[in-house]
Ligand binder design. Structure first.
Ligand SMILES: *[C@@H]1O[C@H](CO)[C@@H](O)[C@H](O)[C@H]1NC(C)=O
Ligand SMILES: *[C@@H]1O[C@H](CO)[C@@H](O)[C@H](O)[C@H]1NC(C)=O
Ligand SMILES: *[C@@H]1O[C@H](CO)[C@@H](O)[C@H](O)[C@H]1NC(C)=O
Ligand SMILES: *[C@@H]1O[C@H](CO)[C@@H](O)[C@H](O)[C@H]1NC(C)=O
Ligand SMILES: *[C@@H]1O[C@H](CO)[C@@H](O)[C@H](O)[C@H]1NC(C)=O
Ligand SMILES: *[C@@H]1O[C@H](CO)[C@@H](O)[C@H](O)[C@H]1NC(C)=O
Ligand SMILES: [Zn+2]
Length: 503
């Protein structure tokens, strides 16, 4: 590994950043934003891409590329201005040993395991389920004892699994709804009000289409195998908290540091990581009234594990000091839109809507409007690292520039770019590299972060804080939030990138 050649220059430049001198001016949005430069974002993106390139093209957690990413972030954070901490934690990873689907003696090509599927083999007749298998009535009585073949889309994999299992199915095969490969995750059974999942596997679109045609309304003998072993691996979050500011009023700001295994993850979520580095640097020229804690989360791509570790292990007294969580996910999508989490549920139903989250949404709406730019609401659906904060009652919000979703004609009229094309055609792929960023969008997104940091770093007047005792949202509510409501809002789209919660 060539960490040293990469890290040394970064360390050298970091030492040039002075800590806030005594009597530094109180942070102000326009002054903080002025310190941010497109050229710095570009330089950081190049450094991060170099880390991926030197590490076999990936920065996924648990890989050397991710550890190098953490060292690199720390090299850019001024230790005079921030208390910097690594929060280590273990993740149990499922390593697939054998995953296969065989129908009528023919073995499917390119089968992927579904994380959190039970370990085992099921042999039974397979039956095709019409619709997307997202409501109980999609499953006929005939599915009992059989393997259900279900199309990907419209709701989470976990919900399909739970509904098929509740209808008595013995196994589940989901077929892809687009040609892009995916490593799917079921989430956890309690999210879907079941005690266990049924054995599952994921096949390609072409294979699924052929099987549906072959099966018609009939059945054929099939076997689904999903065998894995477990491996415990260490990873870490980085938390950098201003030494200045009221330590009982902490504004948390988060982005995830890991990429998917398939690619370098420069937009997803290198862009959030980089924006945070640059805002954290710029802030050192100012003082704050309220503490700011920049959080770089690990293992977002496997189901928000880093942020959930943080929020589920934080002592109640510490949690009560957190005023809000600002989340930045994919801040430079090449065919971007400026989407703001719909914290007041005006466009999308959400069990998480609250006065605090509504105020955060308004802060971002105002930022884009003042900057002469349009913005649209995006589902406040918990599909990113703010979810754990909502679960402990902390209001949240943030900006997202689009993942695999398709840009509408209206959005293209608002933001330019190409209607009918994905916001990020390289989402979760090897081409999510240095050339996959829109730097105009990137600097705007970074400034939106700076604006919120400056505003709330100065004052939280009018914000609901201190909160009444932390209110735990039942996990059950989450799965309901994951089911898109076709009757509400025209921007029906997931507001985050985590594949764990992907439909
Ligand atoms: C690099 O990636 C290739 C392809 O994914 C893989 O086969 C190989 O084992 C990886 N090497 C290391 C050192 O991780
Ligand atoms: C992680 O697991 C290893 C071995 O299983 C253990 O030694 C270590 O203390 C654990 N670390 C943390 C932070 O839990
Ligand atoms: C959860 O499942 C139990 C048992 O299957 C059922 O009685 C209950 O109504 C379900 N609750 C919800 C909220 O769906
Ligand atoms: C999964 O099942 C296989 C075969 O029975 C077994 O070897 C393996 O240890 C099991 N994995 C786990 C995590 O229990
Ligand atoms: C970027 O990081 C933020 C903060 O953790 C996270 O919410 C978001 O999901 C990440 N973006 C993507 C596209 O992964
Ligand atoms: C939040 O509550 C305050 C105080 O009740 C109220 O003045 C304000 O309008 C509310 N804000 C939003 C966005 O709902
Ligand atoms: Zn992602």
């Amino acid at each position: 590994m060539k960490v040293s050649t990469l890290i040394v220059p970064a360390l050298a430049s970091a030492t040039l950043v002075a800590a806030a001198p005594a009597g530094a001016p109180l942070v102000e949005s326009n002054k903080l934003r002025r310190v941010l430069l497109r050229s710095d974002l570009k330089a950081r993106a190049q450094e991060l891409n170099a880390i991926a390139v030197q590490n076999n093209g990936t920065r996924a957690w648990g890989t050397p590329g991710h550890w190098d990413t953490l060292t690199w972030i720390e090299s850019h954070v001024d230790k005079n201005y921030y208390n910097v901490e690594r929060q280590y934690f273990n993740i149990t990873r499922q390593v697939f040993d054998e995953v296969s689907v065989t129908v009528d003696g023919v073995r499917s090509p390119d089968v992927n395991g579904m994380t959190n599927s039970p370990n085992g083999t099921v042999s039974a007749q397979i039956i095709a389920i019409p619709n997307f298998g997202c409501v109980a009535s999609d499953y006929p009585a005939a599915v009992a004892g059989k393997i259900a073949l279900v199309h990907r889309g419209s709701c989470n994999f976990g919900l399909k699994n739970a509904l098929a299992g509740t209808a008595g199915a013995a196994g589940l095969v989901v077929w892809n709804n687009d040609p892009t490969p995916l490593q799917p995750t079921l989430g956890t059974p309690d999210l879907y009000n079941v005690t266990e999942f049924i054995v599952s596997a994921f096949i390609t679109q072409a294979d699924g289409q052929a099987l549906v045609t072959k099966l018609g309304t009939g059945t054929l003998p099939a076997t689904v195998t999903n065998l894995f072993h477990e491996q415990v691996e260490l990873t870490a979050n980085i938390l950098a908290t201003t030494k200045g500011g009221d330590q009982n009023k902490i504004i948390t700001v988060g982005a995830h540091t890991d990429s998917v295994r398939a690619g370098p993850g420069i937009n997803d979520n290198g862009s959030g990581t980089i924006a945070q580095i640059e805002v954290a640097k710029a802030l050192t020229k100012f003082s704050v009234n309220n503490a700011i804690r920049f959080c770089w989360w690990s293992a977002e791509e496997d189901g928000l594990l880093g942020s959930e570790y943080y929020t589920s292990h934080i002592p109640e007294e510490e949690a009560s000091k957190i005023v809000m969580n600002l989340n930045f996910d994919m801040l430079a999508s090449p065919n971007y839109l400026y989407a703001i989490y719909d914290g007041d549920a005006s466009a999308f139903e959400s069990p998480f809507a609250s006065n605090g989250s509504a105020q955060i949404e308004q802060t971002f709406i105002d930022f884009f409007a003042d900057d002469g730019k349009k913005s649209v609401p995006t589902a406040f659906d918990g599909r990113s690292d703010y979810q754990g904060f909502l679960q402990i009652g902390v209001p949240a919000g943030g900006v997202f520039m689009g993942a695999e979703g398709i840009k509408t004609a209206e959005e293209a009229s608002f933001f330019g770019g190409k209607a009918g094309q994905p916001y990020d055609a390289c989402y979760h792929q090897a081409c999510d590299d240095i050339n996959n960023l829109d730097y105009g969008a990137f600097i705007t997104g970074t400034k939106s972060m700076a604006d919120a940091v400056a505003k709330y770093g100065r004052s939280i007047a009018g914000f609901p804080f201190p909160r009444p005792a932390a209110k735990l949202i039942p996990r059950r509510a989450l799965s309901e939030a994951m089911v898109p409501n076709p009757n509400k809002g025209k921007h029906a789209r997931h507001g985050g990138c985590s594949k764990a919660l992907e439909a």
